[in-house]
Design a protein around this ligand. Structure first.
Ligand SMILES: [Ca+2]
Ligand SMILES: [Ca+2]
Length: 149
């Protein structure tokens, strides 16, 4: 029995060594997501619904993948949702919470379906870079959609 690694195993082995960390989000990505979440939570209800409609219509695949990595990273107990405890833990490292702010309140504003947990969909809407989506073309599109009656 040959105990050398097969080509496939070898490839996988060196890939893990070299790129194994590629699926962990970078500090900048996490920080940016948390800053965006905070910004989003301060927008009014109308602005928040426009953003969520836009993102529901035309999410960019690269954004979904990037934000999913950040989401999984913050979701430390891997139960598929983020709670205040988990994001507070992150903030100990990244310190993005503004003075007088509260992650519990921020997450409340993100919780669109009111189940007290932030799922990926809710997290994505809040943490993606909004200005890319908030261009005139997209906003016109939303208003045309609502203008039909
Ligand atoms: Ca969790
Ligand atoms: Ca929720």
């Amino acid at each position: 029995m040959d105990d050398r690694l097969s080509a496939g195993e070898l490839l996988q082995h060196s890939w893990i060594k070299k790129y194994g960390k590629v699926h962990d989000p970078g500090d900048e990505e996490i920080k940016e997501a948390m800053i965006n979440i905070q910004k989003f939570s301060k927008a009014n209800k109308f602005q928040r619904s426009i953003i969520s409609i836009l993102l529901g219509l035309r999410p960019k695949q690269e954004d979904i993948e990037r934000i999913r990595r950040v989401f999984k990273y913050i979701d430390s107990d891997s139960n598929g949702s983020i709670d205040p405890k988990e994001i507070k833990l992150m903030d100990k490292k990244y310190k993005v919470l503004e003075q007088g702010g509260s992650w519990t309140n921020i997450l409340n504003n993100l919780d669109l379906d009111g189940n007290k947990m932030i799922d990926f969909h809710e997290f994505f809407i809040a943490s993606v870079k909004h200005d890319i989506y908030l261009n005139q073309k997209n906003i016109d599109y939303v208003f045309q959609t609502f203008d039909r009656d």
